[in-house]
Design a protein around this ligand. Sequence first.
Ligand code: HAM
Length: 561
Amino acid sequence: MSDQDKAAKRAHWEEINRAKAAAKQKEQSATEKPEPRAGVAHKQFQAIRGTRDLLPPDTALWNRVEQTADEVFTTFGFGEIRPPIFEPTDLFARSIGEETDVVSKEMYSFLDAPDVSYLEDARDAVKDVNPGIGAEGKHDVFELYVYNFISEVEKSLASRQLNLPSKAQSDFDVLKASYQELLALPDSKDEESNNKRRLLSFEIIIKTDLLRFGDFVTLRPEATASVCRAYIEHNMQQLPQPVKLYYMGPMFRRERPQKGRYRQFYQIGAEILGGPDAPAIDAELIEMLMTFFDKCGLQGTELSINSIGHAADNCRRGYVAKLKGELEKVKDKLGADSQRRIETNPLRVLDSKLEHEQAIIATLPRIADHLCDECKAHYAAVKHELELRGVIYRENWRLVRGLDYYMRTTFEITAQGLGSQNAVCGGGRYDGLVELLGGPPTKGIGFAIGEDRLILSLQESGKGAAPQGRDVYIAWMGERAYATAIRAAKDLRNAGFRVELPPTELKFGKALERASKLGARFALILGDNEVADGQWTLKTLADGSQQKLTEQALLEYLRGL
Ligand code: HAM
């Protein structure tokens, strides 16, 4: 080889090495994290407090539970409803009750504001004209702009382009009244008129500036109100009664997060609307619930029941008045929360978990002794119907529930392994709620299961999901084997097996290592030999044994396991 040839060859190799080094560098920098830009601290995002990601393998258990609910509830004649995640704030305020913890403290509400840019010019005009203190001339302009703004808003309201949340409605009324007062002021420029004019102008400017348009909406804290709203909206009273609906999905409450208590949590619930209030309906609903828990394998369940009567002087109202009287007498010995509840919702004092209040609560009058005859008979019949169904229950006179819509039957179920948040389900009768929401008089009863707690309890008692393994890992080498591997993966998946097909070629040793890390039961080894003679190698990873099988025999073997 001449020197010239040698130099050319050297140059050629140097060229190749440079290209290789550049490729390696590129590969490396692609896997490196980008340098933070100067002055920009990289923030790591985390799920918001009280919310969390549900991940495999746990999600397999969530799916199993939801599928069980679907199967059990269907056998009792229920159909699924999927209401929206957000609803008008008023829907929850009216049904759950303004004074309840849920409505007064825990709802995620926001103004769903429309685009009102077409109104902003009119608003700005009012804000920009300063009528001044007794300034000559400017008042006419100011009044004109206010008139213009008010009439633009009214036009938009009339054409339903715009809505006013209830607070804004009163702001708007004040604005209009101030404007009328301003117009009615005498022309004189004495100090008193000027002061009045200045005050009214100031009020008008503030109200104009603050006026908010749109609707207040709330991320649902529960779904009973939504189901009742849907019952009315879709005229379900015209269907054969009662209508039986179930739902599952996320709910939102701004509570203090702890084990089993989240800000986004999941409920599986069921509601029976319409038809009679026969005690058998209450009992069958509870029977369904216990059947579901049983099918899920939930351990240590305890069902508590009570009747809280109905809102009448000879029933709950009379009892609450008496309870309030007794609570007043011991007020000084109660904690701040209970003291407040004597005024807002005396029944909720019975719910208290405070250690030092327990002895006092034990001496309070009990609702069972104050039920009217009808409610008493209904409660007795519910217990009898439960016994007919073999449902074991415990009576708990303090079970009043935290939402205002309940009457007569209330119930709760606790399960083991949950600590202080051990109520895994709550429910009760709510005749009258549909009517309260503008529908016809309608009976109603339902429950909601805290799915997060149900899952926690199942996991604590060892009923959690197994890690998500694979049935078959396909270890392939060579281009011909790859084509066969793709086909094998498709056929095995169609037959219902969980298959992992590595996207790049791996040495057999490496492939087997990955297969066992993924928890695969079998490795299907496909190399040139297997493809050539149609005999595939199946390795059982637990014991390392191998067998040769045709494609058809492999499928039959796996199916027969
Ligand atoms: P609730 O008692 O407010 O009733 O909730 C039912 C269940 O949801 C509770 O027993 C609990 O398991 C679960 N739960 C409530 N809040 C949380 C939270 N922050 N984190 C985790 N789980 C929670 C209702 O919601 C009624 N709508 C039930 C109903 C339906 N009544 C008649 N129909």
